[in-house]
Design a protein around this ligand. Sequence first.
Ligand code: GLY
Length: 591
Amino acid sequence: MKTGFSFIVFSLLTLLLVGSCKNAPRKEPSKDLFTLFVEDPDARPFYSDKQGVFGKNGMVASAHEEASKAGLEILQAGGNAVDAAIATHYALAVVFPFAGNLGGGGFAVIREHSGKYHSIDFREKAPLAAHRDMYLDKDGNVIEGLSLKGHLASGVPGSVDGTVEMHSRLGKIAWEKILGPAIRLAEEGVILTEREARGLNSYKKTFLEVNGPQLTYFIKPDGTEWKKGDLLVQKDLAECLKRIRDKGREGFYSGKTADLLVAEMKKGGGIITHEDLKQYKSAWRKPLVSDYRGHKVVSMAPSSSGGVALIQMLKLVEQYPLQQWGWNSEKTAQVMIEAERRVYADRAKWMGDTDFIDIPLDKLISAAYLKERWKDFNPEVASKSSDIRAGDIPGYESMETTHFSVVDKEGNAVSLTTTINGAYGSKVIVEGGGFLMNNEMDDFSIKAGVPNMFGLIGNKANEIAPGKRMLSCMTPTIIEKNGKLFMVVGTPGGSTIMTSIFQTILNVIDHKMTMQQSVNALKFHHQWLPDRTVFEKGAFSDKTLAELRKKGYVMDPQNGTLGRMDCILVYPDGRLEGASDPRADNTSVGY
Ligand code: GLY
């Protein structure tokens, strides 16, 4: 059994208020957000009363204000949504080392204003020297921590190749220009937020343990603790970014940066070689397309399980009158939980890298199959998840991935989720390069039936093989209404990504919330195993909780939070509402 990560932010957050919620027509961004959905004026089903940001010409919603501003700068310089997304991506690698990256990977769903869709998979790959049992000891037991921390935990990074590919197919302005904001932020420094200062301080010991006492990256020069307002300057990272600016893909996968990365791997017993870097290639995938209550839903195909799971959940609940039943009412919650249970069971069995295995994708999202999945549902009692071995499965709360959404004035849109997996990835910082490497190998099923850091179970479909992509939950998604761009959604959150996006979509489409209200709304999550529903305190009224418990549902309130959403809603008059999660530093900027 591997242990879960916990990030300091979760222990410091206290959820505020308790409430229940009734549906209501979508209003303009509400002045009295807290009273919009509730009959009891003291009941508050939202994490906060944060308001959405409005613009007409472009919007960027990301985990950090400076990264959103980097995207906006590129939009205002004539770039399109793809150019802006790339600028935001590289800025996040500087200002949000917690999850932004050069040493990781991700997925993007892109909509051209014409309605044409693209999706790109730049997920990391297992190195060529990887093998199925590389994290097991001679008795076949998992070696604690080996897939999570240190040099052996990394897959071959895909982010640079993915962004170069996106630009060469769909970008508008010069590549060199797009890297400008990130280089500036690395050279001149970024002012640390309270949260990032706390994160760097809490991982200092681990950074030193993994990289050695000579480490200078992310350590405050005078040796004291980082504080909010301190300036983080990253000169070596700036040089890496300049090489990417000047040479594109080759500025990372060959030449000096590649040499530094491979030397770092050799130094710490890692297995990524020059050949791995040379061979890495991202993949344009056919986006997964479905519909929900007349809206077109476009999401990510494997090697992420996210799109399949999201579409399954939406289609499973579509037959129920959720709006009539009300937001997080007992009936609504029950069918959502039962849908989630069935979908995560499918994930464990079927999902993996389609370059290596066959997945019956069409069948999994077909009406006939999903109808069959409801056959054993009894509304009087909770279903049971547990015909697979039970265990003490780690917590759900990891939020170390990052998502951002971009819309430009022509209506091009990008939904992009990227990660180095755990907080600050493997904690390995490439010497001379100053960037963190991922610990994405943990997203493989390193031993059948043993949960990963998100408590997710995997089997043969997701076992390690050289050059294979590890299964992901990332779910960048775009929704259309009446043939027009309607919503761009996504979030980090490991296993909770799909259920957070599921709820956010239902909040807007069924419960008529604004984008920001939907993001602010308290959330819950069930992932088949363990058989329990975790929820942000306040997500259910006491009465609803009692009813669900009476039916046999294990309802488990958490001090932590769910989701770090960054979403954009398009109104019929063309206004864009940027909604960034109040649960962290996330910020939308628009014009
Ligand atoms: N590493 C988290 C995910 O890919 O879902």
